[in-house]
Design a protein around this ligand. Sequence first.
Ligand code: ATP
Ligand code: MG
Length: 394
Amino acid sequence: MYKAFLIKYAEIAIKGKNRYLFENALVKNIEYQLKNVEGTFTVRKENGRVYVETEGDYDYDETVSALQRVFGIVGICPVVLVEDNGFDQLVADVIAYVNAAYPDKHFTFKVDTRRARKNYPMTSMEINAALGEKILEAFPNTKVDVHHPQVMIHVEIRPMINIYSTEIPGPGGMPLGTAGRAMLLLSGGIDSPVAGYMISKRGVTLEATYFHAPPYTSERAKQKVIDLAKKVARYAGTIKLHVVNFTDIQLYIYEKCPHDELTIIMRRYMMKIAEHFANEGKCLGMITGESIGQVASQTMQSLAVTNEVCQMPVYRPLIAMDKQDIVTIAEKIDTYETSILPYEDCCTIFVAKHPVTKPNLNYIKKSELKLSEKIEELVKTAIDTTETILVDAE
Ligand code: ATP
Ligand code: MG
């Protein structure tokens, strides 16, 4: 019964002079998400409103789920748009709407009218009262409840009259592409895909770096990370993924440094290399899935030592989240099932039984001195041999 959707957005509305930039990005992103949905769609801006209009048959469920992946949208309202042909016609239209939208007519309701066009001959209050009465007449099993109605019937008098009564939640956030780029350190775990999703939700375009250690890590571990990037790309758009061969660096650190410091030193080199690609890609920051205290390398002492190698800000959206809350988001964005596949990523293979949990930066730097210039060569080789893959949504 619906040929259009009214798109509600919140924070964009407060962006002042730049508002049109955000709205244009939102429109473009909606068009992009709808490209793969069966149907013909037109996305239209009108006085601080965005409408998606359909032509002919379309897949309603697919349309809604595509819109639920567009950051910036807070609500998706299936809407009936009718011409203003006088109040009697409006009554007929609203009754037809209620009749079609609610097969079971036992419900309480309230009519909520807004006039964006003040030249309408009745006030909002008058329209509410008159429409309420007509609905009660047409459907005697309905009841008015002005405080907690089961159904809120919105009638908005705009160039066209909008009739709607449901609002499906969108993902919220800001339109993708309105906040610059950031480099996600993406592993095969549960956390980093969620971290990427969260930052991307604020409008940030993602790029990603993955470190693997063949032959210690398998081709399937790499494929798993590509699959995760595909899942995140459903929301975040195409992701440029850098796959860095980290084997020789890991082996060399393993040979030269105390094994309980291995993870922390490795993580410092990961950050350095990721920052190289971040600079190359004009990123404004890096993103990790770290959370205080989750593992030895994520105590505040460890985070400080890891962070010390970076010039760029490092965004850690999960920093204060509990694992279960992270898992809930992973399930929502459908990365969880992929993340829990068993293939090892590079960190897990060389980890010591008892890694340092309170590393001291001076000691770590002293240990790193044992690495000599050879480490610089290895880093350069790792960068030069990095494979870059453009990952699209699956
Ligand atoms: P995740 O579930 O994201 O793998 P984790 O709990 O396993 O996180 P760590 O392995 O300590 O934690 O990794 C912390 C963060 O470092 C990850 O969230 C990710 O951002 C980054 N990271 C870890 N391993 C890799 C890797 N192999 N490639 C790229 N980034 C990595
Ligand atoms: Mg991990």
